[in-house]
Design a protein around this ligand. Structure first.
Ligand code: DON
Length: 582
């Protein structure tokens, strides 16, 4: 590297570090006043020895903690939390959506469960195109035709059968009670509810409980009687309480009332699938356990981490122009691969071994130029994703025996298709938008897909969700994940790097401002406050175009410290996220 650039980068690095430390201090002090949790000296998460639950919502964390205290394991608590989030966090928590579990048992066994939505049996490649093959983009986003066959309840039943210890009914009970008794809305809840009032009205044929004339105010309470009844049927009947009987009838009636195509046959045929997780070494001491296809997350995360091994990120420093440049170049190549080669491996032969092979990683990431950015157009393959806000949710749970559950779950967009099942009280996803509806046409995250992710009957749409567990020297080390569409992968990557390469504790790593880039658009996205003007100038000097987002990621993480203490790190600076341990 020329001396001048090198010196400039060192100077920028120092200034960035200075700015970052002062931002962190301001942050800490501000937050301290609000919650009195962290001290001004050091931001730390919640410490506990016997179990830890970290979710995006205090009601859900409380329910998870109660299950752990009753003697349930991490998987029991995770099932209870998944149902609770459907009540207290309806923008993303769900029974009408899907998700992924990555787990590690105390004895070291690892696995993953795919409860991703599927295309209905009568779905077709061109179902969102008109007769002249124009893409009717609203159809895959709002209303009944956008809905994939939900996987969550089948997922929870499968998880319970293999990993649970308490009776299934006991795990659903707290959510039935919460929906019946109601809950108090926070400022964040109210913001989301009010933003979507018009959409709720448009997409539904009845007044859903989230509609309120004049809008909601912080402190208002809300009850969900129909949802309580649906959850009670699941409590009683398990999987069949959703995929058969009254709930299934209501869901299919909702489809018929709109333009939906999910049938009873689709519901009965839905199965959650246990899959071999992506398991790869990172540096000498770490092992990454993450989600395989139909998520792109595990493959992309491992490519990023192993690609990072060609560089000295510790020396470059956190969020310096140099480190953001290198991350951007890695991400450009990873997202290019993602959009061409990743899809549902039950339908498309994903070349996982090749994408993760040492030879390929060296060829792909070993010669990244440090003097000037690469043009995305010069990188073959790959497409786009851009994210506007966080609409999925992640939770991390560890119990006293070291069992760990990492779950990311979603309706896709905020409140999914915005369609609530009449009489059922739950929102339906708009996950069909994660397919590539037409080659070259972007989906709601700006994603342009390819053959690997085209719509086919009963196929799962490609995901970016990256629930992840990291081991250190063969022991549980970190449980981590986040919402954020395409930014999920880069935020999980940075949180891991923040701890391992940049020496942050887990709460600092979660709180730290994130950056994002991908193959297209050819820009670097910075979370507001992530860097100062010298870093921005440094990036511009390397040819990067810059864009900004108010917020990136909503991490929910747990770190197991050397003495076995669990440090729960919720993303409380970006939402109501709460860690509870005992
Ligand atoms: O599976 C996926 O990748 C998307 N459906 C996730 C959507 C998401 O994270 C939206 N929130 N920002």
């Amino acid at each position: 590297m020329p001396l001048l650039i090198s010196n400039t980068i060192i100077l920028m690095k120092k200034l960035t570090l200075l700015l970052f430390s002062s931002l962190l201090l301001t942050f800490t002090i501000t937050n301290c006043k609000m919650s009195e949790k962290p001290t001004a000296k050091e931001v730390r998460g919640v410490m506990a020895k016997n179990g830890m639950v970290v979710t995006a919502n205090p009601y859900a964390s409380e329910i998870g903690l109660e299950i752990l205290k009753k003697g349930g394991n991490a998987f029991d608590a995770a099932i209870a939390v998944q149902f609770a989030l459907a009540v207290c966090y309806p923008r993303a928590g769900n029974i009408g959506g899907g998700g992924f579990l990555v787990y590690r048992k105390g004895d070291g066994e690892v696995g993953s469960l795919d409860f991703r939505e599927k295309a209905p049996k009568s779905a077709t490649k061109d179902m969102y195109l008109d007769s002249e093959k124009n893409y009717l983009s609203d159809l895959s986003k709002i209303g009944s035709l956008a809905v994939g066959v939900p996987g969550t309840v089948a997922g929870m039943a499968a998880m319970h059968k293999k990993l649970g210890t308490l009776p299934f009914a006991d795990l659903v009970k707290p959510s039935v009670e919460l929906a019946e008794k109601g809950l108090v809305l926070s400022e964040y809840d109210v913001g989301r509810f009010n933003k979507y009032q018009e959409d709720f009205e448009k997409a539904n044929r009845f007044d859903i409980p989230l509609l309120k004339e004049g809008g909601w105010t912080k402190g208002d309470s809300i009850k969900y009687p129909d949802l309580a009844a649906t959850l009670a049927r699941i409590q009683e009947g398990g999987r069949d309480g959703f995929y058969k009987g009254k709930t299934a009838d209501l869901l299919v009636a909702e489809m018929k009332a709109g333009n939906g195509i999910i049938t009873h046959e689709d519901l009965e045929a839905y199965e959650a699938v246990w899959r071999e997780p992506v398991v790869e070494k990172y540096q000498d001491d770490y092992r990454i356990i993450s989600m395989p296809p139909p998520s792109s997350g595990g493959v992309a995360l491992v490519q990023l981490l192993e690609g990072s091994e060609f560089f000295d990120f510790t020396a470059m420093g956190h969020n310096s122009a140099e480190s953001i440049h290198v991350m951007t170049e890695l991400q450009r190549r990873v997202y290019a691969d993602r959009s061409t080669y990743l899809g549902d491996s039950d339908f498309y032969d994903v070349p996982m071994d090749w994408l993760l092979s040492a030879d390929y990683l060296k060829e792909r990431f070993g010669n990244i130029p440090m003097e000037q950015k690469t043009n995305s157009q010069d990188i073959k393959e790959g497409k786009v994703e851009v994210i506007e806000s966080v609409e999925t949710t992640h939770f991390s749970i560890v119990d006293k025996d070291g069992n760990a559950a990492s779950i990311t779950t979603t309706l896709n967009g905020n409140f999914g298709s915005k369609v609530m099942v009449k009489g059922g009280g739950f929102f339906l996803n708009n996950e069909m938008d994660d397919f590539s509806a037409k080659p070259g046409e972007p989906n709601m995250f700006g994603l342009v897909g390819a053959e690997a992710n085209k719509i086919e009957p009963e196929k799962r749409m490609l995901s970016s969700m990256t629930p992840t567990i990291v081991e250190k020297n063969g022991e549980l080390f970190m449980v981590v994940g986040t919402p954020g569409g395409a930014t999920i992968i880069t935020c999980v990557y940075q949180t891991i790097m923040n701890v391992i390469a940049h020496g942050m504790n887990i709460q600092e790593a979660v709180n730290a401002k994130k950056t994002h880039s991908q193959w297209l658009p050819d820009v670097v996205i910075l979370e507001e406050g992530a860097v100062d003007s010298t870093v921005i100038e440094g990036l511009k000097a390397l040819g990067h175009e810059i864009d900004y987002r108010p917020s990136l990621g909503r991490m929910e993480a747990i770190l197991r410290l050397d003495d076995g203490t669990l440090e729960g790190a919720p993303d409380y600076t970006r939402g109501d996220d709460t860690a509870l341990g005992f």
